[in-house]
Design a protein around this ligand. Structure first.
Ligand SMILES: Cc1cc2nc3c(=O)[nH]c(=O)nc-3n(C[C@H](O)[C@H](O)[C@H](O)COP(=O)(O)OP(=O)(O)OC[C@H]3O[C@@H](n4cnc5c(N)ncnc54)[C@H](O)[C@@H]3O)c2cc1C
Length: 458
């Protein structure tokens, strides 16, 4: 048995940074990775999808050449091999960067293989036993395979296998109208595929406000994406080289067919094959490791960071988990996950930038609130860019004047929303932001305008 001060399982967004801090502090560290270094974000999540989206966006703008006063000699056609090669290059840089930085780290031993607990502080990797005083679980998650009759008998795609696609699907069926499904759906529509998105609920991205869902649905259908809402997938089969999806629905055909199927109905944590029971580590019913506000599991000396603890589902939340654990263990601080304000983006075009509560959450909370909203067609920068879809909305507490949340669906919405997010972290009353002088012409310059024209939220 080899002894370490710290064992880190998984090299997602928290593990490598934590390994660096611990090793630099003189601890003897082991890092275990069973797949690709860098985890989901780097290899099958954020980095590759946003790189692919950049190609799709360029094609979209090229098709609108007449709007901008230039011509393109011929049809805009995708070369999927080159699109994939560009994606592989960008993602490969990060993947290799993570691996090299870990392998060259003093005090750090890298193991490549599947880690499994065999006792609270003992882990087995490729037949070798490692003992760790402290263990940090950063195993992330993977695409959920729903229990739909026939799914196990067809070739279907997930966010991971989509990374190997170097051809243009004739007709991509997307099961799931949430963040991942919408990003892939719009991307492939712009590459030139026919796309149909099938969603069981009555609207897309159901966690967002209804006006957001409606606007996103409008944007996607205008690009020619087929939406099947209120449609439950009953079964899947493959006939004559086509994927056939039988639907339980009130409106529309009871069957949709496509050349390929992407399943994007959610994620599940990679905790089922980790031997957690042998370490006595508690999980919830969905397999997420139970942690306290400082990310400690129920077993002393074992922490869980990133997607596998169910406290976040993003790269920035996983990285923040690292910051919390490192600050508490090495810097004598007392940081907590509950200090985090929910924030994320949906990378459709235009993107949706989100901070804090939705309007619906504010209503449910029962507090007195004010809301301000502006259409992107009234935002000069959006108009100048020829990207006028969407709107920006901010909700504030009527009594404390604290900003409660913002939803910016529009060009640069993913960036501009940070003005609001930072004011929320500063706990500044909205009047501070209302009186700020922003740069013209920017999308963010309209934040003071929105805050200067608030109405009661009924
Ligand atoms: C398609 C898609 C797009 C996304 N886009 C965004 C985005 O734009 N912005 C954003 O913030 N988030 C995005 N996300 C979410 C983001 O990728 C994740 O939240 C983030 O990667 C979580 O990181 P993590 O540290 O929890 O673990 P992961 O990055 O999932 O890494 C876990 C690592 O642990 C390894 N591992 C697992 N089990 C074991 C084991 N037993 N032994 C050894 N190693 C093991 C895995 O191989 C993996 O490398 C996206 C996700 C997907 C799927």
């Amino acid at each position: 048995m080899t002894h370490f001060d710290a064992i880190i399982i998984g090299t997602g967004q928290a593990g490598p940074a934590l390994a660096r801090r611990l090793a630099q502090a003189g601890r003897k560290v082991a890092v275990v990775e069973r797949g690709r270094f860098g985890g989901t974000c780097v290899n099958t999540g954020c980095t590759p999808t946003k790189t692919l989206i950049a190609s799709a966006y360029a094609m979209h703008v090229a098709r609108r050449s007449a709007d901008y006063g230039f011509t393109i000699g011929g049809e805009v056609k995708v070369d999927m091999k080159r699109v994939k090669a560009r994606k592989d290059y960008v993602a490969g840089l990060s993947n290799r960067g993570v691996e090299q930085s870990l392998r060259s780290l003093d005090n750090c031993t890298v193991y490549q293989g599947h880690a499994r607990f065999c006792a609270p502080h003992a882990v087995e990797v490729c037949g070798e036993l490692l003992n760790g005083e402290q263990i940090f679980i950063n195993v992330g998650g993977r695409a959920l395979a729903p229990e739909i009759p026939g799914l196990d008998r067809i070739d279907y795609l997930t966010n991971s296998s989509m990374m190997d696609v170097d051809f243009l699907p004739g007709h991509l069926l997307v099961l799931g109208g949430s963040y991942i499904g919408l990003e892939f759906g719009q991307m492939y529509r712009r590459f030139g595929s026919e796309v149909t998105i099938v969603e069981i609920g009555p609207r897309l991205i159901s966690r967002e406000d209804e006006d957001i869902s409606r606007a996103v649905a409008h944007i996607l259908t205008r690009e020619g994406i087929g939406l099947r809402l209120n449609a439950r997938c009953l079964s899947l089969s493959q006939r004559n080289g086509e994927v056939v999806m039988a639907l339980d629905c009130v409106e529309g055909a009871p069957e949709v067919r496509g050349s390929h199927l992407l399943v994007a109905v959610g994620r599940r944590p990679n905790t089922d094959d980790l031997g957690l029971d042998r370490a006595g580590i508690r999980c919830d019913t969905r397999g997420y490791v139970e942690v306290d506000d400082e990310l400690r599991t129920n077993v002393p000396g074992i922490w869980a960071l990133g997607d596998c603890n169910g406290r976040g589902a993003f790269t920035h939340t996983s990285y923040n988990d690292f910051e919390i654990v490192a600050a508490n263990l090495l810097d004598g601080q007392s940081r907590r996950t509950s200090d985090r304000i929910p924030a994320y983006a949906l990378y459709t075009d235009p993107p949706l930038g989100r901070a804090g509560m939705t309007e619906a959450e504010v209503r449910r909370s029962g507090r007195r609130a004010l809301v301000g909203k502006i259409a992107m067609e009234d935002v000069s920068r959006a108009f100048e860019k020829g990207e006028i879809e969407g709107f920006m909305k901010i909700v504030v507490d009527a009594e404390s004047k604290q900003i409660l949340g913002a939803s910016f669906l529009g060009t640069s919405g993913d960036e501009a929303v940070h003005c609001v997010l930072d004011a929320m972290y500063a706990r500044a009353p909205y009047t501070v932001l209302q009186q700020a002088v922003h740069i013209h012409p920017t999308v963010a310059e309209f934040i003071p305008t929105i805050l200067g024209d608030l109405a009661r939220l009924n």
